[in-house]
Design a protein around this ligand. Structure first.
Ligand SMILES: [Zn+2]
Length: 453
């Protein structure tokens, strides 16, 4: 399988997103985690931008020794020299130079001609190359640049010594097929392109950043630029965890590998949220709190019988401790019965039916049924029965000493005892959402509550 270089720009582009700025100690903490995660390149900052950015790049370069440490610079000598100064202590430094190439940026932002742009890019790369062997060039707004002019600029910077050419979709405008064609155009028309690494840098304004990055890989890009949690300018950058897991889960279609330690993805996401105070949306792929949560009864039933029925990867493979079954109005008897067992109460089918009827009425009213509600419901039903017939109490309480209980009941009528390994409730708020450990076998009744597809 071909190897893809993961260029993490959480600390540079990611930090540019509103509310995500980090101080030097925070960036350093994050950089150590990115190192553990196994990314190949850490873009540590934009040294000319501020004293803090300079200090962060310098500090990271001094102590994070395995990955390449990149510093960003505009295509001018003072930026490049400042970046190089910050990278002095790096074991593997990279200077990343960028210059816009689209007519709209040249005309309104830079107020220079195409010819001036070409000359400035070459001059900047020559200077960077005189300082550092590893030089990356980004033609900003490449996807809105005239492809012919883009080829001209890329050919010139490759000749001037760039070792990586990054193609940014700065404004998140391209589509997978168009981006793939652009990468192919560069590969077909630029002299010397085969000697450099082509990179993709996609923004998510149309929600296509990951799809565009994967299209670029399929077209020949061998580096992708991305961020943890997909943070970045505006709608953000391509999400690192999504790219990595798409490659890992679908090698049949995407035969590429990365050095990322996928079990560190969730911890990295958590650390970034903790540092920035910016939460991840619950339904975010891979690392959102609902990414491995199941509420629909038919899904829960399938999960309890075999997690592969509804999960294409295990939560453990991305560092999430466990799947969660959430009890709501879409849940079925199977998950309800399991949670009751975990809370120390076991019911036969008839009793469970009765409890379930009450549970559905309650869930309709309060959306999420918490453990405390469930226990109240159980005790109300138990009390009714005790009142009705003292000698025929039909609900038997079981001790919470799980291993002893499980060992004492080898027959385990309803087959839940193996699941009692996961007794801890993952939600600190007391929600009746509980972890599900993968199970080898389960002989439950057929779930009859049909929700979801
Ligand atoms: Zn960007």
């Amino acid at each position: 399988m071909e190897r893809i270089t993961i260029f993490d720009t959480t600390l540079r582009d990611g930090e540019q997103s509103p509310g995500c700025s980090m101080n030097v100690p925070e960036k350093l903490r994050m950089a150590h985690h990115l190192d553990r995660l196994g990314v190949d390149v850490i873009e540590a900052g934009f040294p000319i931008a501020s004293e803090g950015d300079f200090a962060a790049v310098q500090a990271i370069a001094a102590v994070v020794r395995r990955p390449i440490i990149a510093g960003l610079a505009r295509a001018c000598s003072k930026d490049i020299e400042r970046a190089w100064q910050a990278l002095q202590g790096a074991a593997r430094p990279r200077i990343h130079v960028f210059l816009a190439t689209s007519d709209i940026h040249l005309k309104y932002k830079l107020r220079i001609s195409r010819q001036q742009c070409l000359e400035q890019a070459v001059e900047a790369i020559r200077l960077a190359k005189s300082l550092c062997d590893d030089v990356e060039f980004s033609p900003e707004d490449a996807t809105r640049t005239d492809p012919e002019f883009l080829c001209q600029v890329v050919e010139a910077v490759v000749a001037a010594g760039a070792t990586t050419v990054n193609i940014p979709d700065t404004v998140g405008y391209t589509t997978p097929v168009e981006f793939s064609e652009l990468i192919c155009t560069l590969r077909e028309n630029v002299r010397g392109i085969e000697n450099v690494t082509i990179s993709a840098h996609c923004h998510d304004d149309l929600g296509l950043a990951v799809a565009n990055s994967l299209a670029a890989i399929a077209a020949g890009a061998r580096q992708v630029e991305c961020t943890i949690n997909g943070i970045g300018e505006r709608a953000g950058n391509a999400s690192l965890e999504e790219i990595v897991m798409a490659l890992r889960v679908r090698p049949d279609r995407l035969a590429y590998e990365t050095e990322v330690v996928s079990e560190e993805l969730f911890p990295a996401s958590q650390m970034l949220s903790e540092i920035t105070g910016v939460a991840v949306q619950p339904n975010k792929a891979i690392i959102g709190c609902n990414a491995f949560a199941h509420e629909a009864g038919i899904h829960q039933d399938g999960m309890l019988k075999n997690p592969l029925t509804y999960e294409i990867m295990t939560p453990q493979s991305v560092g999430v401790p466990d799947s969660k079954l959430v009890l709501g109005k879409h849940s079925g008897r199977h998950a309800l019965g399991l949670r009751c067992e975990q809370l120390g109460h076991q019911f036969d089918r008839h009793q469970l039916d009765e409890l379930y009827r009450h549970f559905v009425v309650l869930a309709d009213q309060i959306k999420h049924v918490e453990d405390v509600h469930l226990l109240e419901l159980i005790s109300a039903i138990q009390k009714d029965r005790t009142d009705a017939d003292d000698h025929r109490a039909q609900v038997k309480s079981i001790p919470l000493d799980v291993p002893a209980f499980a060992a004492a009941r080898p027959d385990s009528g309803h087959g839940h005892s193996k699941l009692l390994r996961s007794m801890s409730v993952s939600s600190g708020a007391g929600l009746a959402s509980f972890p599900l450990n993968p199970i080898a076998e389960h002989h439950g009744d057929q779930e009859d509550y049909l929700w979801g597809v």
